[in-house]
Write a protein that binds this ligand. Structure first.
Ligand code: 5RP
Length: 228
């Protein structure tokens, strides 16, 4: 699973801590990324010990890992709802998130937003005073030029995310491309999120505003939990 930096130990602590919130009978949203992967492994170990849950993966990668770890998986449209979602983040400020480092933010947002309780798992490098990370924007391929123009009108400087071991762009699990859009310091994430959501051609953006219920941050020794 791809990592976006940060301490592996801190990520493991955060992921495993959040996994202790999973209870018998739950439908659990399985996030994407190296921190959420620790939670998926911990849920897999608990399933081995008799825990009865189903997971709703947020990406090809989290589905593969869940299957390898023995967590039964279902699609979102097979369940009535999601009890708990556990997912990582690229930046966290005042409980607002930027996600999409793994280009999975469209499915992540659907599953995380559907959950009764959404736990964010992270290492301390993700916590900042103000959001200023590039915002990943998933775009229908043919709409890229018009979306780039609209993003520029909003003050954003976007670049097409390119693949590392393939020529050309990253193609998402939904067959789209990703523009990473720099807005500098984002003082009003809610306003920017609303504006991005109105641009035709954008499938989903990586600003997760007022979605998280708890932030579990792994440290060198333990885990801090912020309830929002
Ligand atoms: C994937 C994501 C990830 O949750 C985010 O990139 C954090 O990843 P990691 O836990 O590996 O640092 O949003 O789209």
């Amino acid at each position: 699973m791809k990592t976006t930096g940060g301490s592996t130990e801190a990520k493991r602590r955060a992921g495993e801590h959040a996994a202790t919130a999973v209870e018998d009978g739950m439908v659990v949203g399985l996030g994407t990324g190296s921190t959420a992967a620790h939670a998926i492994r911990a849920i897999g170990a608990a399933v081995d010990d008799g825990l009865d849950v189903v997971g709703v993966p947020t990406s090809f990668q989290s589905r593969q890992l869940a299957i390898e770890e023995g967590v039964p998986v279902v699609d979102l449209d097979e369940v009535g709802g999601v009890d708990l979602a556990i997912d990582g983040a690229d930046q966290i400020a005042d409980g607002q998130l930027i996600k999409g480092g793994g280009a999975a933010h469209a499915r992540e947002k659907i599953v995380d937003a559907a959950a009764d309780r959404f736990l964010v798992v992270a290492d301390p490098s993700k916590q900042v005073e103000s959001l200023d990370h590039a915002v990943p924007v998933e775009v229908l391929p043919a709409a890229r030029p018009v979306v780039e123009r609209r993003l520029r009108e909003l003050g954003g400087e976007s670049s097409l995310r390119t693949a590392e071991r393939k020529d050309g762009p990253v193609v998402t699990d939904n067959g789209n491309v990703v523009l990473d859009c720099e807005f500098g310091t984002i003082d009003a994430p809610g306003t920017l999120a609303e504006r991005l959501a109105t641009i035709p051609g954008i499938v989903e953006h990586g600003l997760f505003v007022d979605l998280a219920d708890e932030v579990h941050v792994g440290t060198a020794e333990d885990v801090t939990v912020e309830r929002l």
